[in-house]
Design a protein around this ligand. Sequence first.
Ligand code: UDP
Ligand code: MG
Length: 316
Amino acid sequence: MKKISVLIPAYNEEASLESLYQRLGKLANNNRDYDFEFLFINDGSRDKTLEIIKEYSKTDDRVSYVNLSRNFGKEIAMIAGFDHVTGDATVIIDADLQDPPELIPKMIKYWEYGYDDVYAKRISREGETWFKKTSSQWFYKILQKSTNIPIQIDTGDFRLLDRRCVEAIKQIRESQRYTKGMFSWIGYSKKEITYHRDPRVAGETKWNYVKLFNLAVDGITSFTTAPLRISSFMGFLVSIIAFIFILIIIIKTTIFGDPVAGYPSLMAVILFLGGIQLLSLGIIGEYIGRIFNETKGRPLYFIEEYHLGKAPKKTR
Ligand code: UDP
Ligand code: MG
């Protein structure tokens, strides 16, 4: 029997776990042709998340868990999950039920047709602010423009991955991870299905705009060096303008003499150049920061404790 792993990163999700577990249980009961594994990654929750998961695992051998040593963030929680799933296919799903587990059979169906990566695209996002939707749209646009790998727009991490995609992602050990981009980068055959994204059932989103901004910067800097190219281009453009400007000044002074004037234009030029220089330095700094972090070569996470439900089946 083929085995489907459901990977659930969870950070302070005590309020959603019960209904998630119910719905996953129902899913498994309705699809008895497959073995199921529910792998919870407890990402350093400070509430009862871990206790609840442990409780489930006592009576249900489909439930496995990995307890990380602290909160590492969803991106790291996901790689910790990939390192421990044992299924022939893996479905990543949020613990807050924003991604309906009822979509999983459809994903499995396409997987059986031969697709390696069946991803769910959101056609509506309930309970999210206008600002969040718009900023995410812009982000995707910018990312898409600046890199040649196709990025799937309005697609979260909710997807089914064949074993070989999981093995591919496991080999990418970057520490500042942008997993959504990696799904595209590894390639393999992809299939899109659509769904309506629900509001979360309980609790608050763990994302704030600072975190989202950081993810956006990670996303762009880990997938493209286009910003560096843009700053070189800006430098080139400004140099040309400056050269023309110098010629004009020289000609003007030789013809009309040199009355001391031009304070406003001087300030404008200095401020403009200063701005561009700082921006370029910042961009270079972003990349150097990434180099710094990657060269340290630290492990991505530490595990406090883990429990695998059924004895892991041999992978293909
Ligand atoms: N999450 C996590 N670690 C974190 C933050 C979030 O494992 O540091 C999990 C969280 O429990 C949930 C998923 O990642 O299962 C998505 O988080 P959230 O719902 O806060 O994000 P949103 O849906 O608002 O993008
Ligand atoms: Mg959510």
